[in-house]
Ligand binder design. Structure first.
Ligand SMILES: [Zn+2]
Length: 427
C-alpha cells in the first residue's frame, strides 16, 4: 500500500497525515487491499486498505430510492435518489470518516486537528470519539451553526492554533471510504447507472466516485462507466475561471482536487451543471413534498441539476441523483428562506432585519442597527442585537472592523455569503 501523487506520480509511504505531494498535487492510496467482509463500510473490504482498527457506526447500506413522482416532474424515464443522509451523522462523509478515523486510531495518534466544513468535522468527531482520539476543529466558514453544535456534542473542541497534526477532508483515506458509494450503487441497481449527478464543491466526492467506478471496471465487475455530472454552484471553478465565487451553498474551500474532478467529467463524457442557491432551496422543498426526502440545500443540488439538463438526460436510464446530507442539519438556515410562518420563521425575522439594515447602511455600528430596528417597529433590545450580531459573525455572514476615530468603535459589514443569504430571503 502506498500513496501516489496524481499529478507527478511520486510515491510515498501510507502516512495518515500526509495529504499533499511536494509538488502540490493530490495523493491517492494505491496497492494492497484487504479481504473478507465486516460491518458498515467494511463490507467493501476488498476495495479498502487493511487496518488494525476498523471503526464503524453502521454507515453505508443507504437506500437507493425510486422516485416516480419526481421523475415525472423532470420528465425522465427512470430516476433514483441515493440517499446518503441516512448515514449515522446525517452525511455521506461518514463512509470516509470510518476509514480515515480507523487509519488515525491504527497509527496510534492521540489527538488531531480537523480542518474542513461543519459536516466533515461533525462526522469525524463522532468516529474519533468512538476511537478515544482527541479532536480539535478549525472550521471553514461555519454557516450552519447546528453542525458546529453537533460536532461539539461529540467532544470536538474549537481551535485553530494547536500543534496537533492537521487532518482535512481531502485526506486520501477519506477518499477510500467515499468510493464505496459507487460500488454500493452498482450492487443495488444490479447494473451500471447511465448517469450519476453529484453535488460538487471541492471535487473530492466526484473524484472518489470516479475512482470507485474505475476500480469496478478494473476488477471486471462492470463493462462501462456511467456519465458523471457535477452539480455546482454559480461561478464554480469547473465552469468559470474568472467569476468571483460567492455562493452560499457548495462553496469551494480548497482546489486541490478540482483538476481530478475535471478529468472524471471528461473521462466519462459528463459535464458540470451550474445551479443557483435559490434553485437548491426550491429543490429541498420539491424533494420533501414529492418524495418525502429531506435534504440539506447543497445536497439538493443534484436534483436541481436534473431539472436543468432534463433534455440531455431524457434518453439516459436509470439516472441516479446523489443526496449527500440531511436537511435536519440545516433547519435553522432553511428557516431564513422558508415560506412557513411558524415560530421558527418569526425567530429568524430579527436576524434577517439586522442583515438588511447592514446591507442598507454599512458601515453601521450595533447601536445604530438597534435604533433602525426600533424605528421599523421591531421591539428588541441593544443586548439582543449584540447577541445576534455575534451569532451572524460566527456564521460568516457579517464581519466587523474597528474605527479608531469614532466613539462607538466597531462597525459592521455584510460578507459576500451574507449578501447571498439575504438574496434568498422570501419575506
Ligand atoms: Zn506530485
Amino acid at each position: 500500500m502506498q500513496l501516489k501523487c496524481l499529478r507527478c506520480g511520486k510515491l510515498y509511504p501510507p502516512i495518515v497525515t500526509l495529504e499533499k505531494c511536494a509538488c502540490g498535487g493530490p495523493l491517492s492510496l494505491e496497492g494492497a487491499r484487504s479481504s473478507g467482509t465486516g460491518d458498515g463500510v467494511w463490507r467493501y473490504r476488498r476495495h479498502l486498505p487493511s487496518m488494525e482498527v476498523e471503526l464503524s457506526l453502521g454507515e453505508a447500506a443507504t437506500p437507493l430510492i425510486p422516485c416516480i413522482g419526481l421523475q415525472k416532474q423532470i420528465r425522465l424515464a427512470s430516476l433514483y435518489v441515493k440517499d446518503e443522509s441516512k448515514n449515522p451523522t446525517g452525511s455521506y462523509i461518514d463512509r470516509g470518516s470510518a476509514v480515515l478515523a480507523s487509519a488515525i486510531a491504527s497509527s496510534g495518534l492521540l489527538s488531531v486537528r480537523l480542518h474542513g466544513d461543519g459536516n466533515y468535522i461533525a462526522s469525524m468527531g463522532a468516529y474519533l470519539a468512538r476511537a478515544g482520539v482527541k479532536a480539535l476543529g478549525s472550521y471553514e466558514l461555519p454557516v450552519d451553526l447546528s453542525k458546529t453544535i453537533q460536532a461539539s456534542l461529540y467532544g470536538v473542541k474549537h481551535s485553530s492554533s494547536e500543534s496537533s497534526p492537521v487532518v482535512s477532508y481531502r485526506n486520501p483515506f477519506m477518499l477510500e471510504g467515499l468510493k464505496t458509494i459507487a460500488i454500493e450503487m452498482v450492487e443495488q441497481l444490479n447494473t451500471v447507472p447511465s448517469a450519476v449527478i453529484v453535488p460538487t464543491a471541492t471535487g473530492v466526492l466526484l473524484f472518489s466516485l470516479y475512482k470507485g467506478f474505475r476500480e469496478l471496471l478494473d476488477y471486471g465487475s462492470i463493462d462501462n462507466l456511467p456519465v458523471l455530472y457535477a452539480a455546482v454552484s454559480k461561478g464554480h471553478p469547473l465552469v468559470s475561471s474568472k467569476q468571483a465565487h460567492t455562493a452560499l451553498f457548495l462553496p469551494v474551500a480548497d482546489k486541490t482536487y478540482i483538476e481530478e474532478a475535471r478529468k472524471a467529467l471528461r473521462g466519462t463524457g459528463g459535464d458540470a451543471v451550474e445551479v443557483s442557491d435559490a434553485e437548491m432551496i426550491r429543490c429541498v422543498r420539491v424533494l420533501a413534498r414529492v418524495e418525502g426526502i429531506l435534504a440539506e440545500p447543497s445536497a439538493a443540488a443534484s436534483v436541481a441539476a436534473c431539472f436543468r439538463i432534463s433534455k440531455r438526460l431524457a434518453s439516459s436510464s436509470p439516472v441516479v441523483a446523489l443526496v449527500t446530507g440531511s436537511g435536519l442539519k440545516a433547519l435553522d438556515l432553511l428557516a431564513y428562506s422558508s415560506d412557513a410562518t411558524g415560530a421558527g420563521a418569526a425567530f429568524h425575522r430579527i436576524k434577517v432585519e439586522i442583515l438588511k439594515a447592514i446591507a442598507e447602511r454599512a458601515p453601521i455600528h450595533a447601536y445604530g442597527i438597534y435604533k433602525l430596528l426600533n424605528e421599523r417597529g421591531l421591539a428588541t433590545s441593544p443586548q439582543l442585537v449584540y447577541a445576534y450580531l455575534e451569532d451572524l459573525s460566527k456564521r460568516g455572514l457579517v464581519y466587523s472592523m474597528n474605527v479608531a476615530s469614532q466613539r462607538r468603535k466597531k462597525v459592521f459589514y455584510l460578507t459576500p455569503v451574507g449578501r447571498s443569504l439575504l438574496s434568498l430571503v422570501t419575506y
